[in-house]
Design a protein around this ligand. Structure first.
Ligand SMILES: *Cc1c(COP(=O)(O)O)cnc(C)c1O
Length: 424
């Protein structure tokens, strides 16, 4: 099936007389006739749901749709994007391990990696993705377990050279984990370029209506855990908490995603709720239509800003001369980027704040990829915990404004930006 068809039909196929729209199973638990059946579920020997902390039929359908859209063998929908990132990496690392991550990540991911993972005894080295693989190789250590990066970085909009990063990760025997939030599988399918694990904040374009928080982890099924058994012993050795189950033997290509659910969704409990999965599914149904329109609107906003005397620079991968132009052509569908762009105002920090306060239609929101246009001043909000050096590495100038262009009429958006710029 084509992408747009999978958005509508993936994950749920009603049988004769069953509802056309995905039904919601708003239930914490499920009834069984025999202890033998439940025992099999507990030992991972049968498929089925018994408690919505681990799995739920509504969530399951959306997981299958997302796995199909990304081209993976399985997926887990989590309660937030942060939870997805956390579990995706915790499934690979433990205390004493190390991660290499690109430095221009979403602010929340940087905090999770720098602060919370450090407390867990997991060290992270942040690297500049623009360096050559020869230079980047020196940051990998014997205890490195993953390379982590974003397809389109937020807010710098840098496009990642995914194939090159995959080559780098694989040369060091570790999987490439990609946050594909801003691109969505409509614009980019990282697995086709060598990524092993894909994570999402589904709170953004996938939900698409700013309704429901959520995240997702998709497993490509391509990483050979048994071939790197020295690094990934938990995949090839018996898990005593499941009567000695060996994930690579019992689940083959799905070892990673089954282990993530069996160990961490079980123990940490951050599966997406059925209600939020229902909203997410509704958003997924129209994803291709919305992404095209986001791109059209954002490109016009980018061109308008680029020509404005108050603007120093505009970051949008589709602008001529953008450092990401070639990579966007290589990795994004028809070279098209998302609705997110950022720009630097001449007046720096204070101009950024004044501009945002003058906007009438475009809203100040701690959000990105909303259906309505919204702006944020990262240096004073989403990235305020970062040091000046971390800000610089994340590509965040103090006068940088991030704008997430929505689906309003383009003339209304441009009129609002113009009147706010005129007040500077
Ligand atoms: C928002 C976001 C996250 C975090 O997701 P939540 O759903 O807010 O927890 C992670 N990565 C990127 C790129 C994001 O934009």
């Amino acid at each position: 099936m084509d992408f747009a068809t999978t958005c509508l039909h993936g994950g749920y196929e009603p049988k004769n007389g069953e509802p056309s729209a995905l039904p919601i199973y708003q239930s914490t638990t499920f009834k069984y006739d025999s202890t033998a059946e439940v025992a099999k579920l507990f030992d991972l020997q049968a498929e089925g749901v018994f408690y919505s902390r681990l799995a739920n039929p509504t969530v399951d359908a959306v997981e299958q749709k997302l796995a199909a859209l990304e081209g993976g063998v399985g997926a887990i929908c989590t309660s937030s994007g942060q939870a997805a990132c956390f579990i995706a990496l915790l499934n690979l690392c433990r205390s004493g391990d190390h991660i290499v991550a690109c430095s221009n990540l979403y602010g929340g991911s940087i905090n999770l990696l720098c602060v919370t993972f450090k407390r867990f005894g997991i060290e992270v080295t942040f690297v500049d993705q623009h360096k050559s693989n020869e230079e980047l190789a020196q940051y990998f250590q014997p205890n490195t377990k993953a390379l982590y990066a974003e397809t389109i970085a937020n807010p710098s909009t840098d496009v990642l050279d995914i194939a090159r990063m995959a080559e780098l990760a694989h040369a060091h025997g570790v999987p490439l984990v990609i946050d594909n939030t801003l691109a969505t599988p409509y614009l980019c399918r990282p697995i086709e370029h060598g990524a092993d694990i894909v994570v999402h904040s589904t709170s953004k374009y996938l939900d698409g209506h700013a309704l429901a928080l959520g995240g997702a982890i998709v497993d490509s099924g391509n990483f050979d855990w048994a071939a790197h058994a020295d690094k990934f012993a938990e995949f090839v050795e018996p898990d005593e908490s499941y009567h000695g189950c060996v994930y690579t033997q019992a689940f083959g290509k799905a070892a990673y995603i089954v282990k993530a659910r069996a160990q961490f969704i079980r123990d940490l409990g951050c599966l997406q709720s059925p209600q939020n999965a229902l909203y997410l599914n509704l958003g997924l149904e129209t994803l291709p239509l919305r992404m095209e329109r986001y791109h059209q609107n954002a490109l016009q906003v980018a061109k308008f800003l680029q020509g404005h005397p108050q603007v120093v620079s505009v970051n949008y991968p589709n602008l001529d001369g953008s450092p990401s132009y070639e990579l966007a052509q290589k990795y994004l569908r028809d070279g098209k980027s998302s609705g997110v762009l950022s720009f630097v105002l001449k007046g720096g920090f204070s101009a950024g704040a004044k501009f945002i306060d003058a906007l009438k239609l475009v809203r100040l929101e701690v959000h990105v990829a909303d259906i309505r246009s919204c702006v944020l001043h990262p240096a004073s909000t989403s990235h305020r915990q970062l040091t000046p050096e971390q800000l610089k590495n994340a590509g965040v100038d103090e006068g940088l404004v991030r704008i997430s262009v929505g689906l309003e009429n383009i003339e209304d958006i441009l009129t609002d930006l113009e009147q706010a710029l005129a007040q500077l």
